[in-house]
Design a protein around this ligand. Sequence first.
Ligand code: SF4
Ligand code: SF4
Length: 395
Amino acid sequence: MPELDTALRRRPKKILDLANLQDLFSVLSARGYQLAGPTVREGAIVYDRLASVQDLPVGWSDEQDGGTYRLRRRDDDAIFGFAVGPHSWKKFLLPPVTTLWRAKRSDNGFKVIDKPEKALRYAFIGVRSCELHAIAIQDRVFLKGPYTDTVYLTRREDVFMVAANCGHAGGACFCVSMETGPRATSGFDLALTEVLASERHYFLLEVGTERGAEVLAEVQHREATAEEEQAADSVVARTATRMARTMDTTDIKDLLYRNREHPRWDDVADRCLTCGNCTMVCPTCFCTTVEDITDLKGEEAQRVWKWDSCFTMDFSYIHGGSIRASPKSRYRQWMTHKLATWIDQFGTSGCVGCGRCITWCPVAIDITEEVRAIRASEGNAASDAGGADERGKKI
Ligand code: SF4
Ligand code: SF4
């Protein structure tokens, strides 16, 4: 995981023409990377393995709001003209199910078959700034505590990151409030900004690491002009003004600690289905469980590591019962962990403002609205009044 090289970032930006994007893919493939990135599948833009530029969501965008996601056709051929969808990169770095070991019955009992799953060497294409922040948070959780998680490390250590600065703010985005976007500032090898202007379609490229410079050297490109840099800057600046939502994070840790008995927790519990969708789609949620499975004949057993959710009763089950038996206690635990106790635990917020938990909540519970309601009850509503989005909706 090479650190961002500030000297490299000061170098002039580069231009990659659309026609040469496939060359970048080919160079990465030739270096042994499996490409992964956005593609259209089953009515959504998801992350999956990519074979070529043709697999990218050319000309697609999305409409998102609380509990709502729709694909829509753009009136241009933008490749990265959409906001984050239901998948995050954690599906590659921390897969939903991982086999830790398998064992077979033998004459002398069980024999453990040591077969760690082989991790692919990925190049992630089109990583958004909020997602780079989310990956940095999971790096801290899995790699920088007292124990290093080897399952995560083997997947994470050699990933080549191609970031995409955002040219489209989704209907649930609030990365500006969380200071995590829309421009990628760390954690990438190459960062691109897609520009469509006056019949031209190109990418402004910023090099983040020596490894990124080496890859780019093998792809046809040229130095950017001042006008091209300015055009790319305005794409990202415009996105920043179009955030659909805001969250006032002033003093948020103490705000939530002060309000652990607030009536709003009962209100949200009346709406919450405790389905766990918000935790599945969240790029920073990392709760897991371990299960032992045996086949029906008792010949083979395996231990698997799986995503879990703090919204289930079982998650906090200790002999005799569940610690968080009510939906109220589970929602409060989740939101307070994201925005308050996470800061004590890891020195950063657990929320990067991607908006996935808002879009994919079946009953449209909105974390920004829940914070706003609690803050407003303390008489600070004015400081969290938000603005108007591009559709003029009060936010
Ligand atoms: S907040 Fe929404 S997504 Fe999360 S558990 Fe409750 S109903 Fe499900
Ligand atoms: S809590 Fe919601 S908005 Fe924040 S990072 Fe998780 S999914 Fe994104």
